[in-house]
Design a protein. Structure first.
Length: 256
């Protein structure tokens, strides 16, 4: 058996990070094609309720909400068991858990905050990724869409901790994709660049900046194409080929 090419057709969608603007844009794009049953999982109960109402108003046939913090590792197994059980399984799981952190630069002044960022973006998100993967493996079907970052490809000194945390999650997702392939489960890793969201408000936009809606459109194309990795926008792939070839003495001069 190999990963099944169901593309964007899956009816049951789980969003881990249920208030993520990018993840919700992906769900709305999916709903333009067909009705979906959706489970939103996140730490902000009020935000989840608002998101659920918006999706119902947009035509979702069923929206469930579950409160869970990425750092509550001891609850991940139990809550995801409830999510998959109540929804009746999942065809598409969107992993959109993550934080940007306040401090920019290399070695942080606030190491405790930096460690917490690593715990959220890699340990917590990685735990949720593996828990979801177990459920999909048991069903021998489904697609895991993992929102990574262009920063994962070659973390830079301007955002060392965030880049390192995304690099860890990105690597885990790719290796799990290889491991799950013969079980009928597909992993799609999404590497957006700078996206205009609440999280990036107030920051200077990087070249090729995008929007949640533009990322969502790229994700759906990736789902239907059978890709295992996509960049949003697509031009970032060529840019990263160049950046990854830069000699280290030259690369370390990049301070933004």
């Amino acid at each position: 058996m190999s990963a099944k090419a169901t593309g964007s057709a899956g009816r049951r969608v789980i969003v881990l990070g249920g208030t993520s603007e990018i993840a919700l844009a992906i769900v709305r794009e999916l709903m333009l094609r067909a009705p979906r049953e959706i489970a939103l999982v996140g730490r902000d109960a009020e935000g989840l309720a608002r998101s659920a109402e918006e999706l119902r108003a947009a035509g979702s046939t069923r929206v469930l909400t579950f409160t869970l913090d990425a750092l509550e590792l001891e609850r991940h197994s139990e809550v995801l068991g409830e999510v998959f059980g109540e929804l009746g399984g999942a065809d598409i799981v969107l992993l959109a858990v993550g934080a940007l952190g306040v401090e920019r630069g290399g070695l942080p002044d606030d190491i405790a905050a930096a460690v917490e960022l690593l715990q959220v973006n890699f340990v917590g998100a990685g735990s949720l990724l593996m828990q979801a993967a177990q459920h999909l493996r048991a069903a021998h079907s489904g697609t895991l869409v993992v929102l990574s970052s262009i920063a994962a490809e070659r973390p830079r000194r301007a955002n060392a901790v965030y880049g390192a945390s995304k690099a860890g999650l990105d690597a885990l997702a790719h290796v799990l994709g290889d491991d799950l392939h013969d079980d009928g489960v597909r992993v799609l890793v999404v590497r957006p660049g700078f996206v205009h969201t609440r999280m990036t408000r107030g920051l200077d936009a990087a070249p090729l900046a995008s929007t949640p809606e533009a990322v969502a459109a790229t994700v759906l194309k990736g789902l239907d194409s059978g890709a295992h990795t996509i960049w949003a926008p697509r031009q970032l792939r060529l840019l990263m080929v160049v950046i990854k070839l830069l000699p280290r003495p030259l690369f370390r001069r990049i301070k933004r």
